[in-house]
Design a binder for this molecule. Structure first.
Ligand code: MEV
Length: 429
């Protein structure tokens, strides 16, 4: 059993953290090795994409304190932005006091789209497709025996009519496919390509595009957490819990009603979501596309999360979004660091991963809103940013913290000042 609470983790050395992580997660140091080496060699990268010349690394940090559906989980974050890991871990600690995160998922249903053009009679074609639905589904169902073995396969076929477009009216077919623990793009695209000739024969039209939709609104992950109002003062003793709670709710109201704010609010959610999506080798562009399309599903771009209070005055947060992630194919399968991530979290299904990811998204969102609604984002952000500026100015070892601390104390976090402070410290002045 994993224990996601590791007090003082932040203050340990890299080596000590690795040892603590192995101990807290009941893993061997070898299980965590891909993170000490960066995961893949340039040679294996050469088989993944084109024109490879090397590798590009990101920091890998561990999100602490998370309890998702009653289970402790240590969560790997691959991200370059300071404050993300610390913010989510802190909020996960507050959420524990209210029972942690409660998450659910729909069945892992992806949508494959086929654009049917050059149809003489749209209604006739639409009904003919429905008449042949069973045989079309049977063809699509047979394309991936492995998926089928694990309970996946074609589930439904729907026909939509686009009445007005630059090329006039046309039909769109949606193939609904259960992809189980895969992200599903390959299975769905293959199935759509396979169905196209049959659909052309049935309707007399032409199947133009055949591709999955990233608006994966049949594959939704949902999460809820309750933060006891008393917890909201932790670390913010000068604020009343009710003030912090109402500040967070007012911040949410801003995002819910203004797309300019909603974009930034959702970006904060994606800081957490993408970090885990990347750490597990999943396609973060697909997740980003799905998230923002979903946020605009009612015709106006809005917040993916909600914040309010329960009958006892506690803060309640929710997040719902498409979550098309897999644990069996693609980079997740071939990248040793992604495998280490899946192993560390002890997950057996893609749905469990999706539930963890939305929990991180909600924690991250709360971290940002709590800071914004109280002392502002810059204070916490600045001390971490100052470390990066110190490193960029040439500081190493102990001097990183020292140079950063002095810049924060002076409230001047700039590379020229970092260089001056560093020079003075090195010369012992
Ligand atoms: C910065 O990466 C994310 C925030 O802007 C999110 C937000 O404003 O809610 C702090």
């Amino acid at each position: 059993m994993t224990n996601s609470r590791i007090p003082g983790f932040y203050n340990l050395t890299l080596e000590e953290r690795r040892a603590k992580l192995a101990e807290a997660s009941n893993r061997t140091p070898e299980d965590l090795l891909p993170w000490t080496t960066g995961g893949i060699s340039a040679e294996s990268a050469d088989h993944m994409i084109e024109n490879v010349v090397g590798l590009h690394s990101l920091p890998l940090g561990i999100g602490l304190n998370f309890m998702v559906n009653g289970r402790d989980v240590l969560i790997p974050f691959a991200v370059e932005e300071p404050s993300v890991v610390a913010g989510a871990s802190f909020m996960a600690k507050l959420a524990r006091a209210g029972g942690g995160f409660t998450a659910t998922t729909t069945e892992p249903l992806m949508i494959g789209q086929m654009q049917l053009i050059n149809v003489v009679n749209m209604n006739e074609a639409r009904l003919k497709i429905y008449e042949h639905k069973a045989e079309l589904l049977a063809i699509a169902d047979a394309i991936d025996p492995v998926l089928k073995k694990f309970g996946g396969g074609a589930r439904d076929l729907e026909v939509r009519t686009i009445e007005e477009s630059a090329i006039g009216p046309f039909l769109v077919l949606h193939l609904i496919y259960d992809v189980r623990d895969a992200m599903g793009a390959n299975a769905v695209n293959t199935a759509c390509e396979k169905l196209a000739p049959q659909i052309e024969a049935i309707t007399g039209g032409k199947v133009h595009l055949r591709i999955l939709s990233n608006l994966a609104d049949r594959r939704i992950a949902r999460v809820r957490c309750t933060i006891p109002v008393s917890e909201l003062t932790v670390g913010f003793e000068s604020f009343k819990g009710e003030t912090v709670r109402d500040g967070i709710i007012a911040a949410y109201a801003f995002a819910a009603s203004d797309p300019y704010r909603a974009a930034t609010h959702n970006k904060g959610i994606m800081n957490g979501v993408d970090s885990v999506v990347i750490a597990t080798g999943n396609d973060w562009r697909a997740i980003e596309a799905g998230a923002h399309a979903y946020a605009a599903r009612n015709g106006k771009y809005t917040s993916l999360s909600t914040w309010g209070k329960d009958k006892d005055g506690n803060l309640v947060g929710t997040l719902e979004m498409p979550m098309a992630v897999g644990i069996v194919g693609g980079a997740t399968k071939v990248h040793p660091a992604a495998q280490a991530a899946v192993k560390l979290m002890g997950i057996k299904t893609a749905n469990e991963l999706a539930e963890i990811i939305v929990s991180v998204g909600l924690a991250q969102n709360m971290a940002a809103l709590r800071a914004l609604a109280t002392e502002g984002i810059q204070r916490g952000h600045m001390s971490l940013h100052a470390r990066q500026v110190a490193i960029a100015a040439g500081a190493s070892g102990e001097l990183i913290e020292k140079v950063a601390a002095q810049m924060v104390a002076e409230k001047v976090v700039r590379s020229d000042r970092a260089e001056e402070i560093l020079k003075a410290m090195e010369s012992g002045k």
